[in-house]
Design a protein around this ligand. Structure first.
Ligand code: ATP
Length: 522
């Protein structure tokens, strides 16, 4: 930057000094503006590295620097909702990052910028009306792993030539999305899951028609890797050319799809399309409900098993304990092989943590967590893979602010996860049941594809409560709500947050629902 000088007028020293001062302060102003821009750039880069590209794009893509005065940094966002979301969830993180850049910063303020100063993002999802839930992402049908439709049902194509690239596989037009991190490579083997893993691999490696254990029924408590294993089978089968047609879906999605087809007099087409598949994988079987739907499932199961098509099922209990199932379905499910997955032991938990660290290092090779901390976490967080995942994310998040984490500090940070196995956790199905009862709709409607206002609001409330009251991820919640995409859940959470901030009635309703859910869980 150049500093221009103003010629001093003879005999008017004061004016000359003022002019000189003003130019100098202008110059100084420009300098600090550049400094502040650079500060904001470094801050944005650190924030992005900290929260990840997706979260950054969702919440901080439109964050702008307003001013830096003395020890206060002011940032702006386009909407009040974004302001309250960031204030509630990220202010501490933002302040810590800015203080790391400049220790003189004491305070950060988030302001809403006026529309005239900056255009609102045209497709801002948070501005959508409550009744206009986003439809599934259009890219899904263009991506290589998107299923093709056979009649009314989509089946994953074999894709040896189209390796999986993204973390979240494209949402199928029919069926639940596959998470490409859930593979056999990332699944840690141990004594508690060795048999289930061997059976799963055998099925994934067998060719169409080479049926071994049919149906294979995997059961366990929550968070012990059933979905991971089922999706690993699906991912492996999709990537090979041995089983051309693979369908993975949750029982809830199956229910909704059949209910819609029956309503539209289209059940025959749907059944015809399922007749041709090689591998059917159904997750969360305990949620299959309704006489007519179970009847349809029973026919499908009989048809696939009788024609030597492989079926894999997972549930939170053994087939003989699924009391709500039609006895014929239960009996067919018992006719195959049922394998229980048990809680991981210390060695497995440690391996899982190491696996996570290795995966994280692929993104950032400088990442490190000392072995004694990993050992300690593996020893103390004993509940399930899900809690371990939460513990690991927590460590990763903290270590950049607190590089010298002590065991005592780790205990403090993970107190809520230690012993979580013993405490009863809030379950998404309880949230759905309680929310459905409160709004006088059925649980099936909540997970259906109906988009009328009377269903959309309770669904968004149930998704919001699922995100805030359970450790489930956005994709997992999407799966539990009829195989929805994670962006739909994200949108619901944003929407309810936004509504709560300006609507007392709704925030009381949410508090009441939280109480009911916690009482149910006590
Ligand atoms: N053996 C394992 N190896 C690697 N990761 C695991 C293992 N077991 C569980 N996990 C991880 O723990 C998390 C929860 O696992 P998953 O969702 O598969 O559990 P689940 O049994 O299906 O739970 P739920 O019954 O609640 O649906 C996932 O991130 C998964 O990758």
């Amino acid at each position: 930057m150049q500093v221009t000088t103003v010629p001093a007028r003879a005999g008017n020293g004061d004016h000359a000094r003022q002019a000189f001062d003003s130019v100098c302060s202008e110059a100084a102003g420009e300098t600090s503006e550049m400094k502040h821009d650079a500060l904001f750039e470094r801050f944005s880069a650190r924030l992005k590295a900290q929260v990840g590209q997706d979260v950054y794009a969702s919440w901080f893509g439109r964050l702008k620097l307003h001013s830096v005065s003395k020890s206060v940094v002011r940032l702006t966002v386009p909407t009040t909702f974004l302001k309250s979301w960031i204030n509630n969830r990220y202010l501490e993180l933002i302040t810590t990052i800015l203080q790391a850049e400049d220790p003189e910063i004491l305070k950060v303020e988030i302001l809403v910028r006026s529309a005239s100063r900056g255009p609102r993002a045209s497709a801002a999802t948070e501005d959508r009306a409550a009744g206009s839930e986003p439809t599934s992402t259009p890219t899904a049908s263009r991506t290589p792993n998107a299923p093709r439709e056979i009649g009314k049902i989509a089946v994953f194509p074999t894709a040896a030539s189209t390796p999986v690239r993204s973390q979240q596989a494209p949402s199928p037009l029919f069926g639940s999305p596959l998470d490409t991190r859930f593979t056999f490579d990332t699944f840690i083997e141990g004594s508690s899951n060795r048999v289930a893993l061997a059976a799963a691999k055998t099925i994934a490696e067998a060719g169409a028609g080479a049926v071994r254990f049919n149906p294979l029924f995997i059961h366990s408590g929550v968070g012990l890797g059933k979905t991971h294993l089922l999706q690993a089978i699906a991912n492996a089968a999709v990537a090979s050319d041995r089983m051309p047609r693979v369908v993975y879906l949750t029982a809830e999605y199956f229910m909704w799809r059949f209910a819609t087809a029956i309503r539209d007099n289209d059940a025959l087409t749907l059944k015809d399309s399922l007749r041709n598949i090689d591998l059917l994988i159904i997750d969360d079987m305990q949620f299959l409900q309704g006489k007519m739907i179970q009847n349809e499932f029973c026919h499908l199961l009989n048809m696939l098993l009788d024609s030597a098509k492989q079926v894999v099922v997972a549930a939170d209990r053994a087939p003989w304990e699924l009391e709500s199932l039609d006895p014929r379905v239960r009996s067919r499910l018992q006719g195959g092989v049922a394998i229980e997955v048990e809680a991981p032991d210390y060695e497995m938990r440690l391996e899982m943590l190491k696996g996570r660290l290795e995966a994280a290092r692929q993104e950032d090779p400088s990442l490190d967590i000392p072995a004694e901390i990993l050992n300690h976490v593996a020893r103390s967080v004993t509940a399930s893979g899900r809690e371990l995942e939460g513990a690991f994310n927590q460590l990763l998040f903290r270590r950049s602010f607190e590089p010298n984490l002590t065991i005592e500090r780790v205990d403090e940070l993970l107190a809520h996860l230690v012993g979580a196995g013993e405490a009863r956790r809030v379950r998404i199905e309880d949230i759905q049941r309680i929310v459905a009862r409160h709004y006088n709709v059925s649980r099936q409607e909540l997970v259906s594809n109906r988009r009328t206002r009377v269903i959309v609001k309770p669904r968004q409330v149930a998704m919001y409560l699922s995100k805030t009251m359970t450790p489930r991820s956005f994709p997992e919640i999407g799966r539990r709500f009829g195989g929805r995409d994670h962006t739909t859940v994200l949108h619901a959470v944003r929407k309810i947050e936004e509504l709560i901030s300006g609507d007392n009635k709704l925030s009381h309703e949410i508090e009441l629902l939280k109480r009911l859910i916690n009482e149910n869980n006590a």
